[in-house]
Design a protein around this ligand. Sequence first.
Ligand code: ATP
Ligand code: MG
Length: 465
Amino acid sequence: MSLFGSRKAPAQAVTKVREEVPAAPAQDAPRAASEPRAVASAEDRARLDTVWTRWHGKLTQNSDLIAAGATPEDAAGRVREALQQIAANDQANLPKVDREKLIDSITAEVVGFGPLEELLAQDDISEIMVNTANAIYIERGGRMVKTDLTFRSEEALVRICRKMAQAVGRTVDTQNPMCDARLLDGSRINIIVPPLAVDGTHLTIRKFKKDKLVLSDLVKFGALTEEAAEVLRIIGRVRINLIISGGTGSGKTTLLNCLTGSIDQNERVITCEDTAELQLQQPHVVRLETRPAGSEGAGAVTMQDLVRNALRMKPHRIIVGEVRDAAAIDLIQAMNTGHMGSMGTIHANDPRGGLARLEALIRTGPGYQSLPSHIIRKDICDSLDLVIQTQQLSTTGQRVITHITEIGGMETDSIVTQDIFKYDFKANVLKGMGVLRPRFMDRAAQYGEQDNLLRALDLASGDRL
Ligand SMILES: Nc1ncnc2c1ncn2[C@@H]1O[C@H](COP(=O)(O)OP(=O)(O)OP(=O)(O)O)[C@@H](O)[C@H]1O
Ligand SMILES: [Mg+2]
């Protein structure tokens, strides 16, 4: 097992990864010139492990080392100082490079999150997945790769997981073997421990992105065209009721955040999320977050509770991070009762799947189970204007928008939809489908956006007309 989860290690250290996806044999990337050589033999590694444990034990004997309320920098400084002292009095007589690595590693574990520290510090890593102590994967640039980092032991991983959970008042143990929480930097975490996770503790971190992506970034990354982005800007502004549908990690929340970018400054917006991820730029925003049940099983505040409460707070719009329970009913009702421009995300593989899931979620509400489908569908149809579909391409890992689909009316018992934009998988581009007068044209006109919308749709559908 490697000891070298150093927070001071050069960035290249963690780019030393094995590609998981390609068929070619797995290979390590070249080592950066500045990176110290790993200790060669298993014997040397075992020796360093022993020294690590000894120094860590000596350090943690001093419970007053870190003053209450110390900043992470101060705490790290104190720990490093103490470790230098321990090292100086120790008989191990290690080469300087190994001594520094051990000090880095112990400091990262005592003050921070061990080997995860350096991964958390890199903004281009979007996800960190720890599969027991022996394997840490990351996602970078849409690609999932295995790092060479490991935890020293399962216990060390459990300690770090507990520390993460405790920081936000949660507990992880056999009574509470699953935990959703947020790190202080805003990153979203999930922890699952045995016996539910059969092989050991698993930790998944969706890294908080300090610089949130905006529509022009998505254009740059090829998720959509400039014309489609202009249409989405208008959709976000002119109060269209919509859901963003997509698979896990396909970019739903990011797109939702982008759409909120064009909401007018004078609107009062209430966001309801399981973990507050959205970062609206408007001045008049209220952020609400659900709460899981406490250890006695009481005190849960569900998404439905939040959306109901939000409706009493005089919002112009309600934004639901993820619709995954009977809150679907309240969101649809909000859309239909004057809170135009309300939005939410849903897990589904295509727009029709998104509508079907919405219907299924509505059915989970008491009294809705036995309602005939056409009544629920009519409600959806009367409330919802649009479904936007996101997808992470399995071939390249790229995240794209595959559909911007308008809800038409009902035809017998079915909801009629019309694609305004659809991804062309051969040409790898989101194409306009030749719809020049979408149903929301009148709304665009109310906001003085009619000409902009016409122009963007016209350009996007150029070769079809
Ligand atoms: N179009 C894009 N291009 C590149 N990266 C993107 C794009 N959209 C999202 N990302 C990045 O992908 C990661 C996942 O995005 P996001 O959180 O929006 O997905 P999600 O569908 O909401 O996931 P979940 O289902 O877990 O809620 C984030 O790190 C985000 O910054
Ligand atoms: Mg999300």
